[in-house]
Write a protein that binds this ligand. Structure first.
Ligand SMILES: *Cc1c(COP(=O)(O)O)cnc(C)c1O
Length: 408
């Protein structure tokens, strides 16, 4: 269990290297990948082609909440595969009806549109907001306020509201009429609001941008402003949602309900699926027949995954478990921060944590990998902790031990 298993066989090492070389000839190089080939998973552990074990504190970027090789989840998918995988949205299917019903229940939202990814959920949310405003005044020049340091995805709509100029620059022009305010600075939002503002969009806890939770007062002020001016509050819960903060959706912690929300990542626990949800008021006055669509969205296989994931969240009391184990992770991270002066501190909510360094963390992450620990960054100086939600205190201890060995 020291993370060195399987490193001896030279033939095996070559096999991994060979796949990496092939990958670099066949796949478009849009990622600087870590130099391992992952082969299988079990619980909170992943194994590479050499059989080396890794403790996974990244969960495929906040996706595999229930852990790998979960039998109930796998069985549900296998049964659905044998029954029906796809039909298109011209017909009804049982898993989609059941999944949507369960999503309404856990979110308190009224209507669901299934997508295949997070970015597509954001696209749909933007279209719904623009249509809502269009139906009010017949104009097509509405504005959206998004946040600096935000991340909403790589498609054009989602990229246009992503507050990181580095991601946008080469691909201009973006969709127009997007303004950027500062997270937790209500004055900076107010200053941008005008008669054309149709929506304010933010992540309840910023992920990619560096693990910045919204403050309660900021959320309350935003809600009040949006209600007063009939502007739609869109919360992107793609990363911070699905139990990660100890609440099914992070906004539930604040008691601030959005008009539209997006969800993805852990929603299907590995099956590519996302959704945007809205209140009845927005649904009745925005997208209608012919306004939006998707070939795959909410197909029986994806919906069966969502349905089973939501059942397993309830059966295993995942949010209770997160609330119990997260303070222990916080304490461990704070201990590390207190011990090393190149670590500035910790921030985050629940099992969505960032350890902020005074220096780039790339080398630490590579060394952690060598020590059998999978971590990801969020920006140059921040290690991001988004483990499967089923981790135990012992897993936290193992993580802290392997991380500490990887420091300096
Ligand atoms: C990952 C992410 C997205 C994009 O989701 P994809 O499935 O990669 O398209 C959007 N918003 C947030 C907050 C995310 O973390």
């Amino acid at each position: 269990m020291d993370g060195n298993g399987g490193m001896s066989g030279n033939g095996e090492m070559d096999e991994m290297k060979r796949y990496i070389e092939e990958a670099e000839k066949a796949l478009l190089h849009t990622y600087n990948r870590y130099q391992i080939v992952l082969d299988r998973g079990d619980g909170v552990h992943l194994y590479d082609l050499n059989g080396k074990e890794y403790l996974d504190f990244a969960a495929g970027i906040a996706v595999f909440a229930l852990g790998y090789n979960n039998k109930a989840y796998n069985d549900a998918l296998k049964a659905q595969i044998d029954k029906l995988i796809h039909t298109s949205n011209y017909y009804y299917n049982v898993p989609a009806v059941e999944a949507a019903g369960k999503m309404k229940k856990v979110s308190g939202m009224d209507r669901v549109f299934f997508t295949n990814s997070g970015a597509e959920a954001v696209e749909g949310a933007i279209k719904a907001a623009r249509k809502y405003a269009y139906l009010k005044d017949g104009c097509a020049d509405h504005e959206i306020i998004a946040m600096e340091h935000s991340f909403h995805g790589r498609t054009f709509g989602a990229l246009s509201v992503t507050g990181n100029p580095k991601y946008r620059e080469a691909f201009e022009p973006m969709i127009g009429n997007v303004r950027f305010a500062r997270m937790n600075d209500f004055g900076s939002v107010e200053a941008l609001v005008n008669d054309k503002t149709c929506a304010i969009l933010l992540e309840t806890v910023q992920g990619e941008g560096g693990i910045y939770p919204a403050e309660k007062e900021f959320m309350e002020q935003m809600r009040a402003l949006c209600t007063e001016k009939d502007i739609l509050l869109i919360l992107d819960e793609i990363q911070c949602g699905m139990g990660r903060t100890g609440y099914m959706y992070a906004w539930q912690k604040y008691g601030v309900k959005p008009d539209i929300m997006t969800t993805a990542k852990a929603l299907g626990c590995g099956i590519p699926v996302g959704a945007f949800l809205m209140t009845e008021k927005v649904a009745a006055h925005s997208l209608s027949s012919g306004d939006h669509g998707t070939t795959y969205g909410g197909n029986p296989l994806a919906a069966a995954a969502v349905s089973k994931v939501l059942d397993l969240f309830e059966e295993n009391r995942i949010t209770d478990h997160v609330r119990e184990v997260a303070p222990y992770l916080e304490r461990k991270l704070e201990e590390l921060a207190g011990k090393y002066d190149f670590i500035e501190g910790r921030r985050g909510l629940g099992l969505m944590q960032g350890l902020v360094f005074h220096k780039p963390v790339g080398e630490v992450i590579v060394r952690a990998l060598e020590n059998g620990l999978i971590l990801i960054n969020a920006g140059t100086n921040i290690i991001r902790f988004v483990p499967p939600l089923i981790i135990t205190r012992e897993d936290v201890d193992t993580m802290a031990e392997r991380l500490e060995r990887s420091l300096v």
